[in-house]
Design a protein. Structure first.
Length: 198
């Protein structure tokens, strides 16, 4: 639940959206993390288009082969290690086990940390929109799906995965500023600020 959230060191947290927007406008490399269904991909793609960053989806470009076949873990890590060497990118995907190589190359982290019911709704409405098809940020042949295991992952994300994420960010990116977006209103306000000239 919201009261028992894993927290980041206070010196890393950016709470002012104007300050966050200024960071994003200057950044060359951004990581966007958070629970599925929260809006990571939509936000990442908007920022990528607006600031000319290469959009990298961990789901599409790293984790999955066609037909929901998982790529070998060593190969996944090798792909990430190559991609982070590029000069300008925004990387959409949580994956705490690769934070040790991603964060040292990162200028800014956006943690999309929406309430879990909103994430459940986001995942279900996304499935309804793309039913029988593959959305653009997924690997070819990975037809959109929602099952109980996936919904359980979303429901327990804050308890099981957020602590790993917070620990990884604190350990491997202690000097990287982090913005946590905890509502759709905050996300809209950030996008409005990013629309304004730097």
């Amino acid at each position: 639940m919201m009261d028992h959230r894993a927290e980041l060191p206070s010196h890393q947290q950016i709470t002012d959206l104007k300050q966050a927007a200024a960071h994003i406008q200057r950044a060359s490399r951004i990581i966007v993390v958070g629970c599925s269904g929260g809006g990571k991909s939509t936000l990442s793609q908007k920022i990528a288009r607006q600031f000319g960053l290469c959009y990298i989806s961990l789901d599409r470009d790293v984790f999955w082969l066609p037909g929901w076949v998982a790529r070998d873990r060593v190969e996944q890590r090798n792909i990430i290690a190559r991609r982070i060497l590029e000069e300008r990118w925004i990387m959409d995907g949580t994956n705490p086990s690769s934070l040790d190589i991603r964060l040292p190359r990162t200028d800014f982290v956006i943690w999309v940390r929406m309430p879990r019911l909103l994430c459940i709704w986001g995942a279900i409405s996304r499935w309804a929109k793309w039913i029988g098809r593959t959305r653009p940020e997924m690997a070819r042949g990975c037809i959109e799906k929602v099952d109980l295991e996936f919904l359980r992952y979303i429901w327990t994300f804050e308890e099981k995965f957020a602590p790993r994420l917070a620990a990884g960010i604190a350990e491997h990116g202690s000097d990287v500023p982090v913005l946590q977006l905890k509502s759709r209103r905050q996300m809209r306000e950030l996008l409005d600020l990013l629309d304004r000239p730097a």
